[in-house]
Ligand binder design. Sequence first.
Ligand SMILES: Cc1cc2nc3c(=O)[nH]c(=O)nc-3n(C[C@H](O)[C@H](O)[C@H](O)COP(=O)(O)O)c2cc1C
Length: 396
Amino acid sequence: MRKAALPDDRYPAVSDLRKRAYKRMPFFAWEYLDSGTGEEAAMHRNTDALGRITIMPHFMKGMIEPDISTELFGKTFSAPIGIAPIGYTSLMWPGGEQILAKTAKEKNIVHCLSTMAADTMENCGPISGDNGWFQLYPPKDPKIREDMIKRAKDSGYHTLVVTCDVPAPSMRERQRRAGISIPPKMTPTILYRVLKRPEWALRTLKRGRPTFANMVKYVGNGDGMNFNNIVDFVGSEMGACLDWDYLKEVRKLWDGPLVLKGVLSVEDAMQAVKIGCDGVWVSNHGGRQFEAAPAAIDTLADIKKAVGNKAKIIFCSGVRNANDILRAIALGADFVFMGRPFIYGIGALAEKGGDHVSDLLQADLINNMHQLGIETLEDVRKREVRVDNQVVALPK
Ligand SMILES: Cc1cc2nc3c(=O)[nH]c(=O)nc-3n(C[C@H](O)[C@H](O)[C@H](O)COP(=O)(O)O)c2cc1C
């Protein structure tokens, strides 16, 4: 039997990419990426809770051929893998939005571009094509909302994701300690940190200072020259207005698949389904918003039981390898996204980083299906799953 082939054996796990990315990003960008909120209990709870789940392997299956292709919203993907929306990606690695959009197209997975990206939907949408989703933070002004949704459609985005778990900015203590400010202030410490990362510095110099590119059009004379104005605009215009009526309006404006992201309760999931969402995205924002939030994985099975087949269940928060993907699928997910792992990838390996993460997750997934003795992803739901060694009833 042959060993699973990886694109580069020096980085066989996301943790290897994380270590290398740390050495290549300026400290403030690293802290923006790698941190949670408060004492970071929610962030650690995500990974700890996933690690407590075991899946029983069955052996003596002879030759098996695992198939990881996955159908979602009328499209067949190579694997149930998506790149979660990450605001300001180019702060962490210059040009990151386009690198990841390209990975999505080439590897046939999903890239979800954030409203707060440092590159526009017009630039990134055509690169990801129908592998691209657009994530909307709710603008207060209905005209801007309508315009952003139209721009997403015109840029070729297939699915619209509305994020509901940022009702207010979170404390993000680690980011404050690292001196992160928007707009960025060039203090001697920040300058020193930039100079210690010459490749990042040169690429940023070439690309220009990252800005909230999707917002530029709505501020001042639309040339995006005044960063302070854009930041003021984002502070006053975005968020703190989302409710079920707002979601109903979005539903009317978007005729493609619609997903509500950041759901943790059965009640919110059911309401999203009632309003006509095609997908419910179970997530606690990677532990970045509310420190007392449950681990996202601990809420998944109940949500799947309640939603059944009325909508697709999407999952993220704490996923770091293919076994985590299998754990989430066992507990009810149809598709699994990752945030930080893909950014560790581009931080570590630049243009090759997104492809590398996708390749290693897909190889890891196939390998672990061999270990489990299953040929399709749904088969994982036929295995005994335990949490803290207690057998759990899997959702049907
Ligand atoms: C640096 C960073 C920026 C993020 N920006 C956004 C965003 O703009 N919109 C959004 O819906 N979620 C955002 N998220 C949350 C991710 O989409 C995703 O839910 C989270 O990263 C999943 O957890 P993981 O990093 O453990 O995979 C961000 C996460 C990180 C780490």
